[in-house]
Ligand binder design. Structure first.
Ligand code: NDP
Length: 447
């Protein structure tokens, strides 16, 4: 059995009932063949893969708060500090009922490689809770965030661990978390990113992940002799990442033709553009489902209740909602519709068997850890802005973000060339991300 298989088996045995974590580790272990197998005895002696797949630290805690009816409520809180070989831990906080230890672990593990690919000094972490902000009052969300931070504040800091937003955590939640941290520590520091621009936040941070994923898509198309202009794009979700993607696509002469939520999806052949995006943002901040009201307001749009948008014929597919939205059934529909490119803006939206099917059918997949790294890259720009006690302009941030995304794509392609991986951008990204972290770990001794 190869060293990579041994470590994968160990991860599965030691972490039972954590399918998302196993899935993320399996994908990386499969990709690392050309690097590890060529030097297996060395990496085995250094236990580099065991060290890489075992978190530095994981914190699980009770979050107790009181709802508007006076009932005491209890949720689970998590922070997984996975690897800080190249910089302080960095990764979002997710608030969603599906959050559990497996989801947290997979996200923190992926974050190691993503952060490495940005070329910036940030390590991998993730946190969150099974609290559902949907349908809660502002007061309830504030009380939850304050309670969550009352434990988390002991474990984070501007040079230690800098959380950000993710599903269910936007500007409002970051504000409440930051306020509580400031109160408990009695210091004003850049301990969280995604802050309001009034108190240290970066311009375009909310849109950065979607913008970055679109820049990555542009590079991917260019590399394969194609162009984003005029493309129709099926996207899922309508959160931060989806609206940034829809907006940037429009700016670059393409158009998103679908959006989705837990209630189904919308097909709008005229494009989800301009005032429609503004309307969706309004709906989203009201906490309501978006699809049905969208179809009522814009008569050209069709609403497909309970379905996902992956049966739609489009030039490009950019999933922007959540993990494992694309399985075998969806992949088969997409390939039958002529899918050539898939860019993963959400984290791990595609199941491993669907990835294999895409590869067999010549579909180019831009993996999430490369394609959606724009969010964390912009967060790092926010960290340097805070450390320098300054404000970067919108042009500064755009320029840095675009350069980082282009560089991520180039690094992945360079790894594909170095190891003869053909067009396998997934393996290219995993290897490029791995090499930087592994070298830093080796240079720092056995810690
Ligand atoms: P948001 O909470 O803003 O939006 C998430 C979107 O996905 C919403 O449309 C939501 O629908 C939908 N969604 C969430 N969970 C589910 C589910 N279980 N089933 C169906 N739909 C679901 O999150 P973001 O846009 O910030 O994040 C989207 C994805 O991008 C996630 O995978 C996240 O990890 C990833 N990502 C985000 C980054 C960021 O900067 N925000 C950075 C890098 C990656 P609804 O709200 O109606 O439930």
């Amino acid at each position: 059995m190869s060293y990579r298989e041994e470590v994968l088996n160990r991860v599965i045995t030691e972490n039972p009932r954590q399918p998302e974590f196993h899935q993320a580790v399996r994908e990386v272990m499969e990709s690392l063949g050309p690097v590890i197998d060529a030097n297996e005895a060395f990496y085995r002696r250094e236990a580099i893969l065991e060290r890489l797949t075992t978190p530095d630290r994981q914190i699980q805690f009770r979050v107790t708060w009181v709802d508007d009816q006076g009932n005491v409520r209890v949720n689970n809180g998590y922070r997984i500090q996975f690897n800080n070989a190249i910089g302080p831990y960095k990764g979002g906080i997710r608030l969603h009922p599906t959050v559990n230890r497996s989801v947290m672990r997979f996200l923190a593990f992926e974050q190691i490689f993503k952060n490495s690919l940005t070329g910036l000094p940030i390590g991998g972490a993730k946190g969150g809770s099974d609290f559902d902000p949907k349908g809660k009052s502002d007061r309830e969300v504030m009380l939850f965030c304050q309670s969550f931070m009352s434990e988390l504040y002991r474990h984070i800091g501007p040079n230690l661990d800098v959380p950000a937003g993710d599903i269910g955590v936007g500007g409002r939640e970051i504000g409440y978390l930051f306020g509580q941290y400031k109160r408990l520590k009695n210091e004003f520091s850049g301990v969280l990113t995604g802050k309001g621009i009034q108190y240290g936040g970066s311009l375009i941070r909310p849109e950065a992940t979607g913008y970055g994923a679109t820049y990555y898509t542009v590079e991917m198309l260019k590399h394969f002799g194609d162009d984003i202009k005029g493309k129709t794009v099926a996207i899922s979700g309508f959160g931060n990442v989806a609206w940034g993607t829809a907006k940037k696509l429009e700016q670059l002469g393409a158009k998103a033709i679908t959006i989705s939520g837990p209630d189904g999806y919308i097909l709008d052949e005229d494009g989800v553009t301009g005032e429609k995006i503004d309307y969706l943002l309004e709906l989203r901040s009201s906490g309501k489902n978006i699809c049905a009201p969208y179809a009522d307001k814009f008569p050209g749009a069709k609403f497909f209740p309970g379905e996902k948008p992956w049966g739609v014929k489009a030039d490009l597919y950019i999933p922007c909602a959540t993990q494992n939205e694309i399985g075998m059934e969806e992949a088969q529909k997409m390939v039958a519709n002529g899918c050539k490119f898939l860019c993963e803006a959400a984290n791990m939206p595609t199941r491993n068997e669907a990835i294999d099917y895409f590869k067999e059918n010549g579909v180019i997949v831009g993996p999430s850890k490369a394609a959606n790294a724009g969010g964390v890259a912009c967060s790092c720009i926010e960290m340097s802005q805070n450390a320098e006690h300054t404000i970067f302009t919108e042009d500064d941030v755009f320029e840095k973000l675009e350069a980082i995304m282009v560089n991520i794509f180039k690094q992945s392609v360079a790894a594909c060339e170095k190891y003869n991986l053909g067009d396998d951008l997934i393996a290219g990204a995993n290897i490029a991300g791995f090499e930087r972290v592994a070298n830093a770990m080796l240079m720092q001794g056995i810690v």
